[in-house]
Design a protein around this ligand. Sequence first.
Ligand code: ADP
Ligand code: MG
Length: 410
Amino acid sequence: MKFSAYPINDILKTNIQALGFKKPTDIQFKAIPAILKGEDVLAIAQTGTGKTAAFAIPTLQKLLQKSSKIRHNGVRCLVMVPTHELAQQVKQSFQEIGRGSGLNIFAIHGGLDQVPQIEKLNSGIDVLVATPGRMFDLVSQGHLNLSLLEILILDEADHMLGLGFIKDIKDLMRHIPKKRQTLFFSATINEEIKKLAYSLVSNAIRIQISPKNPVAKNIEHAVALVEMDDKRFFLENLIKNNPDLKMLVFVRTKVRAERVMKAMERVEIETDTLHSDKEQNQRQQTMKRFRSGSLKILIATDISARGIDIPNVDYVVNYDLPDSSEQYVHRVGRTGRGTQKGQAVSFCSKEEQEMLTLIEEHLTEPIERIEISKGDYQLVKDLTEDDSKDWRKLMKDAENPTFKKRKKKR
Ligand code: ADP
Ligand code: MG
């Protein structure tokens, strides 16, 4: 079935065509009719399979159908997401699909000046994409009217219903009408969260398009056993052997992000970092540069693990293993989006072996190992004189191992 055959407004069809979407993805094929019918939906499908449009297309259609109603100063559809970057991205998807429809689409999140946001809210909003923190500030200050909400969407639903956000979401329920449509979308879910999701709605239908192994099939992923202190040499090696690739490097903490950036600086590799200690405008600049490709290597914490859709990320590197197996699925899912292929590699130290086992259990199969012989391992370390600027010379020396410099004590 093509989008042109859908019972949706021509404006939406034109915009979908302009985006280059010819036919719906599996999740779109299944979810769109159910949402149009007014069902509550819990939809699970792998990363990069077009879940955003799967909820945006029918939502916009429903809002358009009823738009003859007098515009009020409330919000008609609320989309909750975990991070600033995802709020901007999801807003943009709604705007692209809804262009020219007259619907008012807006995003609010922390780090932005409140005043212009408040002004905008007063004019009534059809689709509001929001992170929980800023949204509650505005609700408690009386600037946000959710009492007429028609549709609630939780993107990255398992995360939004997880420990960090569940209190906010439960609070939210007190501000919105009982009679509404609720949609949950994610690439991962567990039994406990599923129960929680069902408890928030009347009769959700579940749409699941995922094989046993939740890692999207376009992603080739492997693990290399690397000592904690040697990880930077292996990252340097990977980048220098693949100078044209766009890479997203995940680390465990903000501090580590900055340290890895510094380590790469010493060997003249340009990188930038993204984490929650950075100023909003810096975050936006960095994302823009990474999206456009002028920045090739981005070092990020898990704030970039969920939902972010950046074109042409060739490689995801788990410099540190994530602290949950779900997060592994989301991190590697930043590559291999849509029909593209992607690669991921995880550096696993002795200390992280246990986590690796948990991840493999979750994936229901072992992750391929990159075999590194002792000699090759040592070579990577020897090549990476991070106090020397003369990489070329080192490469030359390496071609002639007899004259190879010994690695200095660091
Ligand atoms: P998910 O939320 O499932 O991880 P996204 O909604 O971010 O995935 O979509 C992944 C990519 O696929 C986006 O770049 C989006 O523009 C593209 N996409 C979505 N639907 C289609 C479609 N029907 N045909 C082609 N590309 C699509
Ligand atoms: Mg998504």
